[in-house]
Design a protein around this ligand. Structure first.
Ligand code: HEC
Length: 123
């Protein structure tokens, strides 16, 4: 169906866009495997704040900022995203995101590898 294929193309474009965006922040980011919904959320929701300096949101894959925030482990980052923290509303405003999707987005947004996280955390 035409509508379906337009959407498919659109999501494919967003995935590429998200990959390009993350790529431009360079080094420590793992190869991201995002679903179309996750890529859409990253490009259209999380990036709204996390790719914009001056919003007080930690910038995507800015390792220094993220390592400090990850001191309490990966689960704490996920928990704070789900319930909201400071100027970030619950779910990072992604109303349709499931917890699994939030978890995947936090991995990508923080760019942290499991080795970079405290031992008690479960990425
Ligand atoms: C409206 C702006 C906004 C949007 C949209 C947003 N964030 Fe945030 N986010 C913030 C701000 C601001 C902080 C820092 C909050 C603080 O520590 O005071 C933050 C912090 C975080 C943190 C760190 C939490 C911690 O424990 O320090 C994570 C992880 C995060 N965001 C993930 C996401 C994800 C995933 C999305 C998309 C689903 C998202 N954010 C969308 C503004 C936003």
């Amino acid at each position: 169906m035409l509508v379906t294929s337009v959407y498919t193309q659109f999501f494919r474009y967003l995935t590429l866009l998200a990959a390009g965006l993350i790529g431009s922040f360079s080094a420590p980011v793992q190869a991201a495997e995002l679903t179309a919904r996750e890529a859409y959320a990253l490009g259209q929701i999380c990036s709204y704040c996390h790719a914009r300096t001056g919003t007080t949101a930690p910038i995507i894959a800015d390792t220094q900022q993220w390592q400090r925030r990850a001191e309490n482990g990966f689960e704490a980052l996920v928990h704070n995203t789900v319930v909201g923290i400071g100027n970030m509303p619950p779910l990072g405003t992604c109303g349709y995101c499931t917890e699994t999707e939030i978890r995947n987005l936090v991995k990508v947004i923080s760019g942290l590898t499991p080795e970079a996280l405290p031992q008690n955390s479960t990425p």
